[in-house]
Ligand binder design. Structure first.
Ligand SMILES: [Zn+2]
Ligand SMILES: [Zn+2]
Length: 175
């Protein structure tokens, strides 16, 4: 049986992952499990940026794939970047099988606001759906409410739904 597998990267609040798993199962109609193993992100930390190189983490996720992996999504709280950008919320391999999301900049506390668990859960779900959409070969969508709409700030994420629009959904679920 094929599974959507979640891989914790670094120290992670287990509750957040346990809520993310069934929500993703609903969106993709795919049984979703949290792997018992954990990837230590330390090797991808770059002193000069004080951040973690997203593509290096994505690469290091490959050995965690197994024959029953449908998609493998890494979930972390460390701050991610790729060299050309200040930061990224996540990254994915177009066409699969691996994607990665970070909760670091999704927390209200990051912006000096009081913490809000529900806001964090919603943002993390939307970004997880977004990166998994890329692993399913979806590109960015011009429907601002679609999970595949690009977002470079949390305000844009908050405008989106955690679902794919009809057109994106049809591309993923067709046949
Ligand atoms: Zn994207
Ligand atoms: Zn769309």
């Amino acid at each position: 049986m094929k599974l959507l597998q979640l891989l914790p990267i670094g120290n992670f609040d287990g509750g957040l992952l346990m809520e993310l798993a069934p929500a993703l199962a609903d969106v993709f109609h795919m049984p979703t499990v949290i792997l018992g193993r954990r990837l230590d992100p330390g090797f991808a930390f770059h002193q000069e940026r004080q951040q973690y190189h997203s593509s290096e983490l994505l690469h290091a996720m490959q050995p965690y794939l197994s024959p029953d992996s449908w998609r493998l999504l890494g979930v972390t709280t460390v701050d991610l970047y790729i060299p050309i950008l200040t930061f990224v919320f996540g990254e994915a391999q177009m066409g699969g099988p691996c994607g990665l999301v970070s909760a670091h900049r999704l927390r209200q506390e990051f912006y000096g606001l009081p913490g809000d668990g529900e806001v964090l859960r919603q943002r993390l779900l939307k970004e997880a759906v977004h990166e998994l959409g890329h692993t399913l070969d979806l590109t960015h969508c011009s429907d601002y409410q679609c999970a595949m709409a690009p977002s470079h700030a949390v305000e844009w994420i908050d405008l989106k739904e955690s679902l794919l629009c009809e057109a994106c959904g049809a591309r993923v679920f067709a046949g």
